[in-house]
Write a protein that binds this ligand. Structure first.
Ligand code: ATP
Ligand code: MG
Length: 558
């Protein structure tokens, strides 16, 4: 089948095109996304998801979702459920092709029996330490296990006993009989099965032997009819073993493993172990903490599926590991929300302004457009009254030279409203500003045809009508670009202590009182924000997805 896409080509697509030209697999393309359910998915997985499902889509092929659940100790249904939710949310569909490697345990066992019968596998009584010592080093060959030449019958008997639970954890293993002198360490009689008397989230206590990833993966791919098995670069050295199992079992129509570089993102960590540590030790509020690089964290932060898919396309695939700038991810979400999010006004650090020449008790409705990027989003009314809030930062008592916003004796435009002038600064006994007394020029109402202009425009909300809200500002989770590069340190020492700033005294337009969890807005001049699930009853909590402009400088200056 011809490739049908505008996506730029890459080495993976070139391999596939080559296979199709030779009419391999009857011209079919079938991929899979194979997460291990031992943690929540992160942005690196999103890249793999977009790649696997994207290729299937572009070649009119199929992509399976397969849980690689061969290690009962670390896996859990909580993770299975979250993975299903996240892949769906990203916009991909596996129809009825959701599988579990554990669903193949019986067949994997049968294949292992066949390997034994053919003299290609043996049961080893060596301890883990002994096996390690037999391994050799990259420059020295390994040595054969003293149990390597057990008879087929003895191997079959012991392997059956392993399955029946007659031996303790670690007492016996099943190993492939390949070559202890192979220059590739993975080919030096790798383990196929180990005994683990643990309850599995799917198979319960049915099994007490579990297959190793390197054995289960190629066979799971083959059972599902996968044609192209895309995985990350660390598996490149495992590829000969991947092929060895399939060829040694005399299977046909073999899947082809193709490796690509994993995604690494600046200022975060991507290892599931480290993410789990942050969650368990409560450095973050959970897997979906908006500072986490997890898909559920990004979703809660306000990222859209489109922005993540576009990001994955922009990153592309490479053959060499590299670090991707998180600014590219932020750029992708700005680009998407710029078109979609209504623009509204919110004051994060309020100071009250009294418009002394505006009649007390009077209110008027002003009109403002929802998004200049998309006229079809229409316009809305915003109430104006004698008392408003503006941002503390938009006032300077002694303005510095280039400050064109509000200052004593100076004018500024209130967006979609009037030009106001500051006449008086009211302070409390501690010398803090409590109110600004201003007058408005009634001739300058926005949309009235007034041509008078001033240099600055600021946002505001009517104090009488505004709704109170909490706004959460997020910064990088770590203080340095590559927190994993300091092996001598505990990575948690590199956490950014200022990654969360909670502003609890914010005022937003009354229109936003109706906002629902997950709704996204641009707060004009400030950034993109999303309603957090913590918003219950009358409390509204917003997460800042990204500021309008890059905010790197903050950490670097520190
Ligand atoms: P572990 O560290 O537990 O092995 P993993 O990151 O390899 O975890 P898996 O659940 O095994 O996680 O990954 C599922 C799929 O996602 C695999 O094909 C893996 O290669 C891919 N993947 C994982 N991390 C990344 C990443 N950072 N970039 C791209 N693909 C990734
Ligand atoms: Mg893995």
């Amino acid at each position: 089948m011809e490739e049908n896409t505008n996506t730029p080509t890459n080495f993976i697509r070139e391999f596939i095109n080559e296979d199709l030209k030779q009419n391999k697999n009857d011209g079919k393309v079938h991929t899979r996304f194979p997460p291990e359910p031992n943690g929540y998915l992160h942005i690196g997985h999103a890249k793999s998801i977009c790649l696997n499902f994207g290729i299937a889509r572009d070649y009119q092929g199929l992509c399976n979702l397969r849980f690689d659940d061969t290690n009962p100790v670390k896996e859990d249904v909580e993770y299975v459920d979250s993975i299903i939710e996240d892949v769906k949310w990203l916009g991909f569909d596996w129809d009825d092709r959701m599988y579990y490697a554990s669903g193949y345990f019986e067949r994997l066992y049968d294949y292992a029996v066949q390997l034994i019968k053919d003299g290609n596998a043996y049961v080893d009584s060596s301890t883990a330490g002994e096996i390690k010592n037999q391994k050799g080093t990259p420059t020295e060959p390994g040595i054969n296990s003293p149990y390597r030449n057990r008879s087929v019958d003895e191997n079959l008997k012991l392997f059956t006993e392993m399955r029946e639970g007659k031996h303790e954890d670690g007492a016996l293993t099943l190993r492939a009989k390949i070559d202890m002198a192979s220059p590739n360490m993975h080919m030096r009689d790798p383990l196929i099965y180990r005994i683990k008397k643990a309850t599995h989230h799917n198979t319960g206590d049915k099994w007490c032997i579990y297959p190793m990833y390197d054995y289960a993966h190629p066979l799971s791919d083959w059972i599902e009819g996968i044609t192209h098995s895309l995985c990350t670069l660390e598996f490149e050295v495992h590829r000969p073993l991947y092929d060895w199992f399939l060829k040694t079992l005399n299977l046909e129509n073999l899947p082809r493993q193709i490796e690509f570089a994993r995604l690494n993102l600046t200022y975060t960590v991507m290892s599931k172990r480290k993410l789990l540590e942050l969650v368990m030790e409560k450095y973050v509020s959970g897997w979906d903490d908006p500072r986490m690089p997890t898909i559920c964290g990004l979703r809660r932060r306000g990222y859209t599926p489109e922005s993540i898919r576009n990001f994955a396309d922009k990153v592309g695939v490479a053959k060499r590991d590299a670090m991707t700038d998180v600014a590219l991810l932020e750029h992708s979400v700005r680009e998407d929300l710029n078109k979609k999010a209504p623009r509204v006004m919110a004051v994060m650090n309020p100071v009250k302004v009294i418009i002394t020449n505006y009649p007390e008790g009077q209110t008027e409705e002003l009109t403002t457009i929802n998004n200049p990027e998309d006229e079809s989003m229409g316009s809305r009314n915003i109430p104006f009254s004698r008392e408003i809030y503006i941002e503390q930062d938009d006032f300077q008592e002694v303005p510095h030279k280039k400050f064109h916003r509000l200052s004593p004796g100076n004018e500024v435009r209130l967006k979609s409203a009037y030009i106001i002038k500051c006449n008086e600064v009211i302070k409390n006994d501690a010398g803090e500003i409590v109110e600004l007394h201003c007058t408005h020029d009634p001739e300058t109402k926005s949309g009235s045809g007034s041509t008078r202009s001033v240099k600055g425009t600021i946002h505001w909300v009517s104090a009488l009508h505004a709704v109170k809200a909490e706004i959460r500002l997020y910064d990088r989770l770590f203080t340095i670009e590559d927190p994993s590069s300091h092996e001598e340190l505990d990575f948690k020492e590199l956490l950014n202590p200022h990654s969360l700033d909670i502003l609890s005294n914010c005022y937003i337009e009354p229109e936003l009182a109706k906002a629902k969890i997950g709704d996204k807005f641009q707060f004009v001049r400030q950034g993109y924000f999303c309603v957090d699930p913590l918003s219950i009853n009358d409390k509204l909590v917003f997460n800042r997805t990204v500021p309008l402009k890059d905010s790197w400088s903050k950490i670097e200056k520190k």
